[in-house]
Write a protein that binds this ligand. Structure first.
Ligand code: DGY
Length: 326
């Protein structure tokens, strides 16, 4: 019996390729950058399953082009690139990679939080430019993190991991989520707040919730105006949750006081994005899960999901369920 065919949309860690190769014939776009859309669709058309990145839009166009595909294994926890209802209607499974990247992504939220609060990048650039002024009591003052109030938007795995770290900084933790999260309240003493109240009360606002119809453009002029003029805003979720033009104006006015983003409305964000002209802004290029150990774990989980489905087993971390599937 011939093996199923898989397509891997980007270069991924070798152990994950080996796992797929043991069970499938496969093709790979062996490059750091995404394949052109037509190449991707052509490869998908000849495949029973695909392992993809968030840059691949998995929509009706994809489903029309790839009628054989039974499984789309996303190598990411976020899956706003996938039209899940459309896949379910057509009997295609989708999977993501939760858990394995939680701690690594919480680390980048904290890296941005600390860097923005204590002006780490601004300080570095100042020295680099030969502009280190004389020490004086008011030189490059930042915001205290220890003992401050952290407001987390989204009480999923990453939000909880960000909150856990806050305990070591003796912080009061507030959270906002669609549903109350007893695990955060009991284990970490986190307090639920309505969204606007969280924005008003927090010294640090960290966005960890996924991009959905509800969260698209959630942070705009109104929300920034509610924050303290000493607040630091951090986004490690998806760029689409922030209206970047509004953030630029808000940072110019100093409310919030500073911001750190790992994700942008357009990625890669252009070099002339006005955020990068602001001293109170810190940006990283969507590297929330970017350590070799975590990326390998993500690739292995995505590969295992793909292989499981293509060999008749249930996926480990499904996003959708197919009613007629046994
Ligand atoms: C995810 O998993 O959703 C990340 O954003 C990819 O690094």
């Amino acid at each position: 019996m011939s093996k199923p065919r898989a397509f891997i949309s980007r270069r991924i860690p070798q152990p994950a390729i080996d796992l797929i190769a043991a069970a499938c014939d496969y093709g790979i776009w062996d490059d750091w950058m995404a394949a052109p859309r037509d190449v991707f669709l052509r490869e998908a058309a000849q495949s029973d399953g695909v392992l993809v990145m968030p840059s691949e839009q998995i929509n009706e166009e994809f489903l029309d082009a790839a009628p054989r595909v039974k499984i789309v294994a996303n190598m990411a926890v976020g899956y706003d690139n996938i039209d899940v209802p459309a896949l379910t209607r057509r009997g295609v499974l989708a999977t993501n990679t939760p858990d394995v990247l939680t701690e690594t992504t919480a680390d980048i939220a904290w890296a941005l939080l600390m860097a923005a609060a204590r002006r780490v990048v601004e300080g570095h650039k100042t020295i680099e430019a030969g502009q280190w002024g004389a020490w004086h009591p008011f030189y490059m003052l930042g915001q205290d993190v220890y003992g401050a109030t952290l407001g987390i938007v989204g009480a999923g795995r990453i939000g909880a991991a960000v909150a856990r770290r806050a305990k070591a900084f003796n912080m009061r933790v507030l959270y906002h989520n669609r549903r109350r999260a007893p695990h955060l309240e009991v284990a970490l003493g986190a307090e639920y707040r309505a969204f606007d109240d969280l924005l008003r009360e927090s010294d640090f606002v960290v966005m960890t919730a996924p991009l959905t119809d509800e969260t698209r453009g959630l942070f705009g002029a109104r929300e920034f105006a509610l924050m303290k003029d000493t607040a630091v805003f951090v986004n490690v979720a998806r760029g689409g949750v922030v209206k970047e033009a509004d953030l630029v104006e808000a940072l110019k006015r100093g409310r919030p006081w500073a911001a750190g983003l790992d994700v942008f409305e357009v990625e890669p964000t252009p070099k002339d994005n006005p955020l990068f002209e602001l001293p109170n802004f810190v940006g990283t290029p969507h590297i929330g899960s970017a350590t070799l150990r975590t990326r390998t774990a993500m690739a292995m989980l995505a590969a295992q999901n793909l292989v499981n489905v293509l060999t008749g087993k249930p996926p480990l971390t499904p996003i959708n369920a197919l009613p007629n599937r046994v």
